[in-house]
Design a protein around this ligand. Structure first.
Ligand code: M6R
Length: 364
């Protein structure tokens, strides 16, 4: 049932405030700033290292979480694509927590990577949407993301629920390892509780994003740029656009621009820049100016402060509400998803069932 929407993907994008509220409630009980895990939980004070493994969008959720675990909990993190990890057979040092992220819980490469870690890692934890899945069953601890059934082949609400659960897990790690003050933890908890209404404000930008997508739909190639937490999100934005609109899209860390991709920039090249007004904003803006100096068409996604400072000469803008800096990837996922969605609709592709793709990749 598409619930009045034209596509499952549109419905699932719109459901995000509700399902994320549910995910947050289940890990952050009302009246407390302490993240609670099911079962025996995890004590991050007894872990020295985190290895995260996944495929596709779930891999980008892991890349995002690396920034959180490292910055908030000072925990060293490695992130790997499951199909690489399993055949590289990496050494797993003592006191390593192995974390697998999968919407379906049935992805063959992720399951094989998990089996490789059995008897090597200290603990095997999975972040899944399907609690009865193979990956869930074979983990020591399973953390559900509470996204509900996701039908669209392009993952949307599962991605933001994965991010929400991973951020709460990083906060738990920060708490266990004593790396954040109680005020910092309380700020994060308050920001998480406010997230559903902030996401609604982002969804309210739907019409602006539809017009921006109209322009994107004429492009042959699109670049996505971001720094820090916006880099993995740029990768996810490019993947979404490729998957459902079939437009060739690539993402780079903004700082990599002058190491090669800037050679691609000309009047034909839209460049989507994701840049909340954070500590790295000025650096991203200077990369954006390098694009505009070469006549590239910049689509800037930022908050009111960022747009006020940097909108001059920009081709297109999308305004996001202001949010706590740690939460920007969850919020900015919404315009990334809606851009891909409306571009695909404008091109007339099969949004929910794109060519050559399956919802669950249970074979190699
Ligand atoms: O079920 P999983 O999360 O393990 O699936 C991983 C990828 O196959 C999946 O995220 C894929 O990249 C999606 N089509 C992305 O939209």
């Amino acid at each position: 049932d598409k619930g009045g929407f034209k596509h499952f993907m549109a419905k699932e994008i719109a459901e995000q405030p509700t399902v994320i509220a549910e995910a947050i409630r289940s890990y952050l009980p009302t009246g407390s700033d302490k993240v609670q895990l099911p079962g025996e939980g995890v004590d991050f004070a007894s872990v020295d290292r985190l290895t995260m493994v996944a495929c596709g969008t779930a891999y980008y959720a892991c890349l995002t979480a690396k920034y959180w675990f490292e910055q908030l909990a000072r925990l060293p993190v490695e992130v790997d694509i499951a199909s690489e990890f399993r055949y590289r057979e990496p050494p797993i040092p003592a006191r390593t927590l192995a974390l697998f992220v999968s919407q379906s819980g049935e992805t063959a490469d992720t399951l094989a990577a998990l089996r490789y870690c059995r008897d090597k890692a200290e603990r095997i934890v999975s972040v899944v949407n399907v609690p009865e899945s193979s990956i869930a069953r074979e983990s020591d601890l399973m953390l559900p993301i509470h996204a509900g059934v996701e039908v669209g082949v392009a993952s949307t609400k599962a991605f933001t629920c994965q991010l929400s659960v991973l951020l709460m897990l990083a906060l738990k790690a920060a708490c266990d390892r004593g790396t954040l003050t109680s005020d910092q933890i309380a700020d994060h908890a308050a920001a998480l509780r406010g997230l559903p209404s902030t996401l609604n404000a982002a969804l309210d930008q739907n019409d602006t994003i539809r017009s921006a997508a109209q322009k994107l739909s004429e492009a042959r190639d699109v670049l996505f740029l971001g720094r820090g937490l916006m880099f993995p999100l740029a990768l996810e934005g490019a993947l979404k656009l490729k998957e459902i609109s079939y437009i060739h899209a690539e993402a780079y860390a903004s700082g990599e621009l002058k190491h090669g991709p800037i050679a691609l920039i000309d009047q034909q090249m839209p460049v989507v820049v994701m840049a909340p007004r954070d500590a790295l904003f000025d650096k991203t803006v200077s990369n954006m100016q390098e694009v505009m100096a070469r006549k590239g068409k910049v689509m800037l996604i930022s908050d009111s402060k960022g747009l006020a400072e940097a909108r001059d000469g920009v081709w297109s803008t999308i305004q996001m509400p202001h949010v706590h800096p740690s939460l920007t990837p969850i919020l900015y996922a919404v315009p990334a998803q809606l851009l891909a969605y409306h571009t695909a609709v404008a091109k007339g592709t099969d949004v929910d069932q794109p060519r050559n793709l399956a919802k669950s990749v249970t074979v190699e």
